[in-house]
Design a protein around this ligand. Structure first.
Ligand SMILES: [Zn+2]
Length: 257
């Protein structure tokens, strides 16, 4: 209860910056999402709960609770290929994407861009480039500077690619349900949180629920076997009677109206 009262008080007095820090600290006490070393760990769906965002007694004027999308609501026969991080820039994977004109959503940790923005521009030329933090820090750790992870990275993405990202994928899939994350994210233009319901690891596809369906979001990583993973993803998509589509078309920036 002390946590709840503190949250309500912090919101009521309207000090979002202070509250962001406070909430980040307090949320650790109630956080049930385990921190993991990499998104596709042994149990890639450990955080795939569909629980509604928490409620608060009062909300800051501009804040809206954000849904975490594990799949995208649609009746179209489409699935979405997303690739995370960015350390390894595999040319064979890029060639495969360009040959088949695949719509790829790149969730980039901006420290990986360095002077190779062109790789990501090309691999997402039929998709979009979105935000996967600045340094891949765990949002649930109190030492994490959410403003840096969410807002500095927005500026870095804009500087590197000339576009404004609106989707966030939290590192490790953790902390996207935290009030501090959502308030900070919205403050710098991020208004969609995208998780995943399928993972490709080393050519092997694992689907939450066992079967890809319309609106499936598939997680890959920028690694040295990207081509193999892309082939596996495309094969699974076609086998399910679906086609790859551009996530940005199905999950545009939320209206601020
Ligand atoms: Zn990641």
């Amino acid at each position: 209860m002390a946590v709840l009262r503190a949250r309500a008080l912090a919101v009521a007095v309207g000090v979002p910056a202070l509250f962001a820090v406070l909430a980040a600290t307090l949320t650790l006490n109630t956080q049930t999402t385990p921190a993991r070393a990499a998104e596709p760990a042994a149990d890639p769906f450990a955080v795939s709960s569909t629980a509604a965002p928490f409620s608060v007694t009062r909300q800051s004027a501009d804040y809206r609770p954000m849904v975490r999308y594990f799949t995208i609501p649609t009746t179209d026969d489409v699935a979405f290929i997303t690739i995370d991080d960015g350390v390894v820039k595999d040319r064979k994977g890029l060639r495969y994407v360009e040959k088949h004109q695949l719509p790829i959503t790149s969730f980039i940790s901006t420290w990986t861009i360095k002077d190779q923005a062109d790789f990501f521009t090309r691999i997402s030329q039929w998709g979009s480039i979105q935000n996967h933090s600045a340094t891949h820090a765990d949002f649930t750790k109190p030492s994490t500077d959410l403003n840096h992870e969410l807002c500095y990275s927005q500026r870095a993405l804009h500087k590197a690619f000339g576009s404004t990202s609106w989707m966030l994928r939290p590192p490790y899939g953790a902390g996207g349900d935290m009030l501090a994350t959502q308030i900070t994210a919205q403050g710098c233009g991020l208004n969609r949180i995208v998780m995943w319901d399928a993972v490709v690891q080393n050519g092997h596809v694992t689907v939450s629920g066992g079967k890809l369906g319309p609106g499936a979001v598939i997680l890959l990583h920028f690694n040295d076997h990207l081509e193999k993973d892309l082939k596996a993803a495309v094969k699974a998509i076609h086998k399910a009677g679906l086609r790859p589509a551009n996530l940005a078309d199905y999950l545009p920036a939320a209206s601020s109206a």
